[in-house]
Design a protein around this ligand. Structure first.
Ligand code: ADP
Ligand code: 5GP
Length: 201
């Protein structure tokens, strides 16, 4: 049984948005898994992407994997709260309806988005949003973690690292910065920030 607040459906207030942002490899998926385990009021917003699924990724769970045509059709239709071409030719976006639906039910919606997407959501939703930037201890450690994760080709690794420096330079724009050096220390800090955010009426 979780120690954190759960939803009383009859008195549910509109929820808020929680944004976890970092360079690729910064630890968002790792932290997201833990937050979803520990906070029943948090729901993950499943983004759409035009990239191919990695081994073990499930359509509708990790991402909505869309063709380029389907993605652009939804862009034209205004279905995205935000979207970005994060890497050359690869698009990612947050579906407005998914987020709205969960907010109306009183859930806190967790977005895992790139830095520019996060800034766009902060602009659009203002004080409905709390953002945390997960800071890698250094670029060398970030590279090492991405290599060890074993999910990237040489090209996609280079693309991710090339973006990381720019992304890190924007960290101050977010509400909190958590250095993801020791995982347990970083998660404990995140948990404290998130539980304060969730308990504020
Ligand atoms: P992101 O979702 O931001 O791309 P991940 O959560 O996939 O990042 O983390 C990248 C890799 O680094 C994963 O293999 C993960 O297990 C590992 N990792 C994350 N945080 C730490 C940490 N504090 N110490 C060591 N390894 C970590
Ligand atoms: P990956 O391909 O490693 O899953 O994600 C690559 C990058 O895309 C990460 O920085 C991730 O946060 C970002 N990303 C994932 N979903 C979205 C989204 O919906 N919108 C935006 N703007 N970026 C996203």
């Amino acid at each position: 049984m979780s120690r954190y607040r759960t939803l009383n459906k009859s008195t549910a207030k509109r929820g808020k948005v929680l944004i976890l942002v970092s360079p690729s490899g910064g630890g968002k998926s790792t932290m997201t898994k833990r937050l979803l385990r520990d906070f029943p009021l948090i729901r993950f917003s499943v983004s759409a992407t035009t990239r191919k699924p990695r081994e073990g990724e499930i359509d509708g769970v990790n991402y909505h994997f869309l063709s380029e045509e389907d993605f652009m059709e939804r862009v034209r239709d205004g279905q995205f709260l935000e979207w970005e071409e994060v890497y050359n030719g690869i698009r990612y976006g947050t579906l407005r309806e998914d987020v709205e639906h969960q907010l109306e039910k009183g859930y806190f919606v967790l977005l895992d988005v790139d830095v520019l997407g996060a800034l766009n959501v902060c602009d659009e939703l203002g004080n409905q949003v709390m953002s945390i930037f997960l800071m890698p201890p250094s670029l060398d450690v970030l590279k090492d973690r991405l290599v060890r994760r074993g999910t990237e080709t040489q090209t996609s690794l280079e693309q991710r690292l090339a973006r990381a420096e720019k992304e890190i330079s924007l960290a101050e724009k977010f509400d909190h910065i958590v250095v993801n050096d020791d995982l347990e220390v970083a998660y404990s800090e995140m948990k404290s920030i998130v539980s304060t955010f969730i308990s504020i009426e």
